[in-house]
Design a protein around this ligand. Structure first.
Ligand SMILES: NC(=O)c1ccc[n+]([C@@H]2O[C@H](COP(=O)([O-])OP(=O)(O)OC[C@H]3O[C@@H](n4cnc5c(N)ncnc54)[C@H](OP(=O)(O)O)[C@@H]3O)[C@@H](O)[C@H]2O)c1
Length: 511
């Protein structure tokens, strides 16, 4: 589908009115993987696009011993490695690097926070950051509470001069109880409007486009309900295995790692009611209402509507790959699932009776994240002598990654004297706008600096998602899997997942 090339508003002056006020960002865990891989490249790109405020400063804070200069060198290396098409160099890098400094300290030791307070005061004085602070917790979950408490004790959590905000990474708890406890401990120090729970899926362009697609077009909303929709499938399939994250993943598993957060958030945006306005409170309220409407899985449903899997050896993209249990740092008898699929129902007037299927897995046949809205078959099959394959019901596909876009499947007549039909696709590709999408971290960091939490998870939403997922986790923990590994790497997951589609529903898509 042809689309006029446009300027990327995130990257041009169209958003200049939204340039954040001067601020300093403190990264706890500045020596870590997330800082190198995501945060620093995102910040450097924002600086290149002149979207950061003047005097923007970063204070790295972690235990690893480094001088300011060593930190700058490490960050330059990180941006070179992970920053894509804009290698850091010359005056542009020198200007950005002037704002980087580093404190080597234990985040659990309260006395170290005096150094941090001094560094922030210096930044206010010398770089004009105006008392505004953004604390990014790029640390393991066990470090969150001590950091939050130390920020309070040191007086840094609240500032009379400007604002203080905190970004908390996933995993946000490991079940409902721990998520509540974590919410409680952060809320003892920070108000909800200061807390930004990041889910980088919500920063992806195509996920945000779900809101625009649904609510800026008049023709889809009338059919976006149980009268016209047969089923919904949300898929997040990866071809990679556990990579170097075995330590974390062995504890987490796929259901916690992907479905509890990313897929349920995407589902919430797909299925929620239209908000009165596109504002943080209204959008998050509608998402919470949707998540609270998920029908809890009872004992029978826990047995039949949640499927787990673990990959054995196989072939992925032409390469032979080992089983999960043979990966480095994985228990050779591991019961951790690398695939999870759930069939659920949303108990509200819009969606009652429409099955929703969520699945996420590693070492699957293709790397793809998508939302598939399967519409009901046309009520009268006038062309019933056509082969079923040629008369497939309409399907609306929102491709989140890769090859971001939207396509609509419909039936068309083949040219010729006889009535012969074929399924065809009307396709919109995001790439046709002709501008590269900003990374999710760029968008979310900028939104946080601007004080816009629309794309961050609310406390109630996180707890509602855990309330749905936790019974599955408990059931699985009580019933260890007897058949792992139960799918070959490079396949589309365990056969048992196909049984979820009983009752005439469209089978799992094989994109
Ligand atoms: N990496 C990713 O792509 C990614 C993606 C999504 C979410 N996350 C989340 O982001 C957070 C950070 O991830 P990461 O991959 O950067 O982790 P990481 O590299 O394992 O750790 C980050 C930093 O935390 C510090 N740290 C580690 N253990 C600590 C402890 N016990 N006490 C205090 N500090 C400790 C370390 O710095 P020092 O040893 O120098 O203190 C380390 O450099 C995690 O919650 C993770 O789940 C990461």
């Amino acid at each position: 589908m042809a689309v006029a090339t446009v300027e990327n508003p995130l990257r041009t002056g169209m958003r200049l009115e939204r340039t954040p006020a001067p601020c300093a960002m403190v990264i706890f865990g500045a020596s870590g993987d997330l800082t190198r891989r995501k945060l620093m490249p995102a910040l450097y790109h924002l600086a290149q696009e002149r979207l950061l405020p003047p005097g923007f400063s970063v204070v790295g804070f972690s235990r690893t011993d480094m001088s300011d200069q060593q930190f700058r060198d490490a960050m330059r290396q990180a941006v070179t490695e992970f920053g894509g098409e804009q290698p850091p160099q010359g005056a542009a890098w020198a200007h950005f690097a002037e704002g980087l400094s580093y404190i080597s300290a234990h985040p659990g030791h309260s006395e170290e926070y005096r150094k941090l307070a001094e560094a922030l005061e210096r930044s206010d004085r010398q770089r004009g950051t105006g008392g505004n602070r953004l604390f990014y917790l790029a640390v393991p979950p066990s470090s969150i509470e001590p950091i939050v408490n130390n920020l309070q004790q040191s007086g840094l959590a609240h500032t009379s001069a400007g604002w203080a905000r905190i970004i908390v990474e996933k995993p946000f708890g490991h079940d409902l109880e721990s998520a509540r406890e974590l919410n409680e401990s952060i809320s003892r120090v920070f108000r909800e409007d200061q807390i930004y729970r990041i889910d980088h899926y919500l920063g992806k362009e195509t996920v945000q486009n779900l809101l625009v697609f649904r609510f800026a077009n008049g023709i889809f909303e009338p059919v976006w309900n149980r009268r016209y929709v047969e089923s919904i499938q949300v898929t997040a399939a990866e071809t990679v295995g556990v990579e170097n994250r075995a330590g974390y993943f062995e504890e987490a598993g796929e259901l916690r790692d992907m479905i509890q957060n990313h897929l349920l958030q995407v589902l919430a945006l797909t299925a929620m009611e239209p908000p009165a306005v596109i504002g943080a409170d209204q959008v998050r309220l509608e998402k919470v209402k949707l998540l609270r409407a998920l029908r809890p899985l009872d004992e029978g449903a826990l047995r039949t509507c949640a499927v787990r899997g673990q990959y054995g050896p196989g072939w992925v993209e032409g390469k032979k790959v080992p089983a999960y249990r043979q990966e480095p740092d994985v228990d050779p008898n591991s019961a951790t699932e690398t695939y999870a699929a759930v069939k659920l129902f949303i108990e509200n007037w819009r969606w009652a009776g429409v099955p929703v299927y969520l699945r996420a897995g590693k070492r699957l046949a293709r790397h793809v994240t998508e939302v598939a809205i399967q519409f009901k078959q046309a009520p009268l099959l006038l062309f019933h002598d056509q082969p079923t394959e040629a008369m497939r019901p309409n399907l609306l596909l929102v491709r989140i990654q890769p090859d971001e876009g939207i396509s609509l499947r419909f039936t068309a007549k083949l040219p010729g004297p006889a009535i012969q039909t074929r399924s065809v696709h009307m396709d919109f590709r995001y790439a046709s706008f002709g501008v590269p999408s900003a990374s999710a971290y760029e968008r979310l960091l900028l939104d946080c600096m601007l004080g816009d939490p629309t794309l961050f998870a609310h406390r109630d939403g996180v707890e509602a998602a855990w309330a749905f997922i936790t019974p599955i986790l408990q059931y699985w923990a009580a019933e260890p899997p007897a058949d792992f590994p139960n799918y070959a790497a490079g396949s589309w997951g365990p056969e048992e997942a196909d049984k979820l589609m009983a009752g005439g529903c469209a089978p799992w898509r094989r994109p």
